[in-house]
Design a protein around this ligand. Structure first.
Ligand SMILES: C[S@@+](CC[C@H](N)C(=O)[O-])C[C@H]1O[C@@H](n2cnc3c(N)ncnc32)[C@H](O)[C@@H]1O
Length: 276
């Protein structure tokens, strides 16, 4: 009932967006059906060469695989490639990372090893026992990630971070609160990762689909002398560069530059007449 009221209220106060949302449903269903029936036989695709994947491990996979003894770290294997893809730009730099969910401490060491001696790692956990993993360049903060007051104090006491990894309680409400508290606080050019978004109807995943909806909001106008197109960015589009969806995991990149508009400037002097 509460959810129905949320929908009705949104429809009444944001009719334009509500229609945009509704008009997507048939295409969401079309995409669902396509994905559900996905059955590509490579042999039937003429000219498609088999994709030979390199067996070489990236640096973070090597660190993970060598962690045979000592503090435990527990990640889905496919995450390691995703981490390297988005996080390698911080390796060797002066940077800081916040990981929610410390458990047995091994992931904190993994991050420190990967990013190098200029890194600073914050671990956040609800269990007091995790304090044992504190060291010169690792701070442990005890608190509940679902508590906005905890984050308020945390943000007052610590400098903005470059990376946030949410691997804590994995409950959708905790994940939403953590994102709402930390995404605005994350440095420009920073990366936000939320892990272990399992399940068919995951409310945090649905929430992020709402965020992604705004990534392609457009308000297009023609530039003077027909020299191209511009679209004014909403504040969210200005600050959030991209949202990526992976199996069980989501990545959000914050913008490095705070451009206020998307621009498609025409370059060249010769144009076909058929596209005005
Ligand atoms: C999956 S484990 C973390 C694994 C670790 N990051 C790793 O890679 O090995 C989840 C951790 O989240 C902590 N946790 C559960 N609920 C929490 C909450 N509400 N706030 C903060 N931490 C929480 C648990 O105590 C546990 O240590």
């Amino acid at each position: 009932m509460k959810n129905i009221l949320v929908v009705v209220k949104y429809a009444l106060f944001n009719p334009r967006n509500f229609i945009r949302l509704l008009s997507r449903i048939p295409y969401i269903i079309r995409g669902l059906k396509y994905a559900q029936n996905w059955n590509v036989n490579l042999n039937e695709l003429e000219g498609l060469k088999e994709n030979h994947k390199s067996d070489a491990e990236n640096q973070i996979q090597q660190i993970y695989n060598k962690n045979i003894v000592g503090p435990g770290v527990w990640k889905w294997a496919h995450y390691l490639d995703i981490y390297d893809r988005y996080l390698k730009k911080f390796v060797g730099k002066k940077m800081s990372l916040v990981e929610i969910g410390v458990f047995s401490g091994g992931s904190l060491g993994m991050w420190q090893n990967y990013f190098g001696e200029n890194s600073f790692i914050h671990g956040v956990d609800i269990e007091e026992a995790c304090k044992v993993y504190e060291s010169e360049k690792i701070a442990i903060h005890i608190g509940d990630q679902g508590d906005r007051n905890f984050w308020k104090k945390f943000k007052q006491e610590n400098k903005r971070a470059d990376i946030i990894i949410d691997d804590g309680g994995h409950h959708w409400e905790q994940q939403i609160i953590t994102l709402e508290e930390l995404l605005p606080w994350l440095n420009d050019g920073g990366v936000y990762i939320c892990e272990d978004i399992h399940g068919d109807i995951h409310r945090f995943r649905a929430y992020c689909e709402g965020l992604a909806f705004y990534i392609d909001a457009c308000d297009i106008s023609v530039m003077p002398a027909d020299s191209g197109l511009i679209s004014q960015k909403m504040d969210f589009q200005r600050d959030i560069y991209s949202i990526h969806s992976y199996g069980f995991l989501l990545v959000i990149e914050k913008s490095e530059n705070k451009d206020h508009q998307f621009m498609a400037k025409k370059n060249g002097t010769e144009w076909q007449p058929f596209l005005k």
